[in-house]
Design a protein around this ligand. Structure first.
Ligand code: ADP
Ligand code: MG
Ligand code: ZN
Length: 485
């Protein structure tokens, strides 16, 4: 029996999302990133004695937004707690967080598995807290501390241990990232740390009810890395159990370069933090009226948008899913189809060619230079028979550098497709004449050569011949030759 069939993994994720508020959670310092170290601080976030924090209302609003989007219950009365620990980048000696009664609880996020089945990942809680600062380990100098990030608001999103495979973990994270981006509450950037994930994982014999001892893996700065780290860690645990060992509860760091996890610290128990109610902050009271107001401001969420795309534009689910993977891409598509009625072609062009170019350029769709209207124009020109696909791809690539209007470029470069039958016929005859041997082989059964002839005609006409006509005429001419030979 394969070890993978003998054991199953149990995974629970804790995600920290850095909020896109203008100011910090409990003071009026800005959340701006990249300022000179320790310049973006005040007595409150520096942790000076005698200062008083004041909660930023936006933080609560953002928490409720995410709570509503993930089917959570919203607590009408919740409090903050102090999570006490000593760390050089935490001058206060404690972090303001929520403990026993988080603002949102009992929600879920739905993921779609590869076989099309949907699975609910239950959310245990979403709570508000503040970030700590940053230690910078500079070998030449010393350990340096930057307090700027202290007090930047975070939401911590904690799942039940409902995730069964690294792939499901990746699907879940993709969903969360998509949600926070749609809601405009976090930029979702894992590489830059505005979305961070700690993965709790254990293994057990299949069919076993009791959970195994878990480890917690940190320090993964991409969804791919979360997947890899989990695969590694699941295997490591299975090997230990197979060899008769026991799993030690500990915190591990993923070393992406080496592709292994390394021990960070053995796990402190929750009570090590000596949580107690934060005495400097009043309880957070959320009225039903406020919740309703926030609900009204919720944007169209990814799944609603996907379903609407399927109905409104008659797109397959696959297309709608990709096009709505980000709000910006969806906007680009919707802008494009204002200028063409060929919804499916527009979808193909956005999904394939546009995404290819922006991936190559490593840019965002919002920085893509081709206006949606211009892409629509290209599609219309193809449909009108004025240019062919190959030309259109070349034009798209070129205008993605310059942002130029495509029609003027096509005229300037003489790229208009030639649909003149006489012209194409001449080209076809020339190609067949220059390829006598291949024509013989074609008649002898090498059908694949047809494609080669088409290619030669296109080459001869500098890619400008209408491919549909080339096919037709080539077929006709070959038939005629066969009959007369
Ligand atoms: P801790 O106190 O160590 O943070 P929690 O009980 O608060 O642990 O759970 C943290 C996360 O770990 C949650 O997402 C939870 O679903 C997950 N989790 C808890 N127990 C296990 C386990 N045995 N195996 C895998 N994940 C677990
Ligand atoms: Mg934990
Ligand atoms: Zn401050």
């Amino acid at each position: 029996m394969l070890l993978q069939d003998k054991y199953e993994a149990v995974i629970g994720l804790e995600v920290h999302a850095q909020l896109l508020t203008n100011s910090k959670a409990f003071c009026s310092c800005s959340t701006k990133f990249g300022l000179p170290p320790n310049s973006n601080v005040c007595p409150i976030c520096l942790g000076m004695p005698g200062t008083l924090p004041v909660l930023n209302k936006k933080v609560v609003e953002f928490a409720i937004k995410l709570g509503l989007a993930t089917h959570c219950k919203i607590r009408d009365y919740s409090i903050f707690a102090r999570k006490n620990y000593f760390y050089p980048d935490l001058p206060k000696g404690y972090q303001i967080s929520q403990y026993e009664e988080p603002i949102c609880y009992d929600g879920y996020v739905e993921i779609e598995l590869r076989d099309g089945k949907r699975k609910k990942i239950r959310l245990r809680r979403i709570h508000m807290e503040e970030d700590a600062g940053k230690s910078i380990h500079d070998q030449d100098v010393d350990t340096l501390i930057d307090i700027n990030r202290c007090g930047v608001p975070l939401l911590e999103i904690v799942t039940e241990p409902d995730i069964s495979t690294p792939e499901e973990a990746a699907l879940y994270l993709t969903k969360i990232r998509q949600l926070v981006q749609y809601l405009d509450i976090c930029d979702g950037n894992m590489e830059e740390g505005s979305l961070r994930c700690d993965a709790n994982v254990s293994v057990r014999l299949k069919g076993e009810k009791k959970l195994g001892t878990k480890t917690e893996v940190k320090n993964m700065n991409s969804i791919k890395n979360v997947e890899k780290a989990l695969e590694y860690e699941i295997n490591r645990q299975i090997q230990i159990l197979e060899n008769g060992g026991t799993i030690v509860q500990e915190t591990l760091l993923w070393d992406a370069g080496a592709g292994v996890v390394r021990p960070m610290r053995s796990k402190e128990e929750a009570h090590d933090y000596r949580y107690f109610p934060e005495p400097d902050l009043v309880p957070v009271v959320v009225t039903q009226e406020w919740i309703n107001q926030i609900r009204e401001t919720l944007p169209e969420l990814p799944e609603e948008k996907r379903d609407r795309f399927m109905v409104q534009y008659g797109l397959p689910k696959y297309d709608a899913e990709i096009l709505t993977s980000s709000k910006e891409l969806a906007n680009y598509y919707e802008e494009c189809v204002k200028f063409t009625s060929d919804f499916k072609s527009a979808s193909n062009w956005v999904m394939v060619e546009v995404l290819k170019i922006i991936n190559e350029k490593q840019i965002d769709i919002t920085n893509f230079k081709v206006k949606p209207e211009y892409l629509a124009k290209l599609i219309n020109l193809i449909n009108e028979g004025k240019i062919n696909q190959t030309t259109a791809k070349k034009v798209l690539e070129e205008i993605s550098e310059t942002g130029e209007e495509p029609e003027s470029l096509i005229e300037r470069k003489g790229l208009i497709q030639i649909s003149d039958e006489k012209f194409i016929e001449d080209a076809v005859l020339k190609v067949l004449e220059n390829n006598r041997e291949n024509v013989e082989r074609y008649f002898a059964g090498k059908d694949k050569l047809f494609g080669y002839f088409v290619g030669e005609v296109m080459k001869l006409t500098k890619g400008k011949a209408n491919p549909k006509l080339v096919n037709e005429i080539l077929k006709r001419k070959l038939e005629e030759m066969k009959v007369s030979s």
